[in-house]
Design a protein around this ligand. Structure first.
Ligand code: ZN
Ligand code: ZN
Length: 154
């Protein structure tokens, strides 16, 4: 893995721009309800980096915090103008920052996706060739049940 990987990306309106300067620490396609609600789509594409490998170049972000069924806090950051979720910080992955995989400039999907998580709430049409699949996730430890709309039980 090269530590000189350099990529840029940003939000839909172009105000928020960032630069990454390392290979991701881990990557996943996530079918959890939080990702489905965050994106309005079938799944999230999570690309995590060491925090010092990500630099914001421009734009203003608004925070939204929630606690997952595992009791972990997640803080998403989205563009105040267009609403694209660009970053998030997950307590479960301390020291890293997640970037929405679709926000990288083309060719956007330059990284490998290593695993697929929360397949229990996966849309029936979203099949893929990822081998490492989980009904929840390897670190999942449910401590509460969220309301129906958010619950990972799908
Ligand atoms: Zn924007
Ligand atoms: Zn998710």
């Amino acid at each position: 893995m090269s530590d000189v990987e350099k990529h840029e990306g940003g939000c839909a309106c172009g105000e928020v721009r960032y630069k990454t300067s390392a290979y991701p620490t881990h990557t996943a396609v996530c079918h959890c309800r939080y990702c489905q609600l965050r994106t309005g789509s079938a799944f999230g594409v999570s690309v995590y980096f060491e925090r010092n490998a990500v630099e914001k170049l421009s734009g203003k972000l608004q925070k939204f915090e929630y606690e997952t069924e595992s009791g972990n806090k997640v803080c998403t950051e989205f563009c105040v103008i267009c609403g694209t979720t660009v970053y998030w910080y997950a307590e479960a992955f301390n020291g890293t920052v997640g970037i929405g995989g679709g926000t990288f400039d083309p060719p956007s999907f330059w990284y490998d996706i290593k695993r697929e998580v929360f397949c229990r709430s996966k849309a029936p049409f979203s099949e893929n060739a990822i081998n490492d699949k989980y009904q929840t996730s390897p670190i999942y430890n449910q401590v509460k049940v969220d309301p129906y709309r958010q619950s990972g039980s799908g």
